[in-house]
Design a protein around this ligand. Sequence first.
Ligand SMILES: CC(=O)O[C@H](CC(=O)[O-])C[N+](C)(C)C
Length: 282
Amino acid sequence: MCSTLVGHPIDLVKVRMQTQASGTKPAFNGTFDCLSQTFKREGVRGLYRGVSAPMTAIAPIYAVVFWGYDMGGRLTRKHYDMQPNEPMSLNMIMFAGGFSALPTTAIMAPSERIKCLLQVQANEIEKGGKPKYKGMVDCGVKLFREGGIRSVYKGTFATLIRDVPGSVAWFGAYEVVKRKLAEAQGKEPGELSPLNVLFAGGIGGVANWCVSIPPDVVKSRYQTAPEGMYKGLGDVASTLMKEEGPGAFFKGIGPAMIRAFPANAACFLGMELSRSLLGFMD
Ligand SMILES: CC(=O)O[C@H](CC(=O)[O-])C[N+](C)(C)C
């Protein structure tokens, strides 16, 4: 929840930049321009538009991420007939990471759909219109009334193609950095200092966004587009390519990277601290 509080304004900038209409003059000239325009026009409230959805979903999302990772690890250990305390190879870690995205998508996809719609609806207010959604619950209810569960879950496949490779990189980079640091200090990875864990977590976040940005742009466009605008994800990708060129697939990479290190450093440190607290209570 701390990482959402810190990272949401910059995540909002990412989504607004990713969903800027093509053809016309861009509304924002870059990350800091978007941040300052949003603050000037909408105040602090504007920077936190849409925060309710990730704030509500973040705890269950990460509980499922780490549970899914554990399940993936158990599956590979069973496959190789390994003991539960035997360390996993990097390939096994990456498999377990990718596997974790499968159950997580069930919560991640609707949370992202609502968050992105709330984050971009300021454009409508700007044009003199009234905002369509009053908040997270209102948005979820309206989506359900208008298009049923299919509409709430619009963008599920896009979320999956973003988060399977993203989670492979996230867990893989975190473990590689932790192992290298431990080796250099003659320690076990579990004995690393909080500062080392923060560093490894931050690198995990950066690795995640190195592979996730192109599918994230497609996801943001698809989830915020009016009904019927695109035939599917392939249509979003080919329209982007035709109208805006290959650079469009990297929109929002600046804010994503600025947020990636601190948000994920905090996330992994929180996970390691709660893990040792639970071990201590055992
Ligand atoms: C897209 C996303 O939520 O990525 C997570 C890291 C972040 O910066 O929020 C990692 N994971 C996909 C494993 C949830």
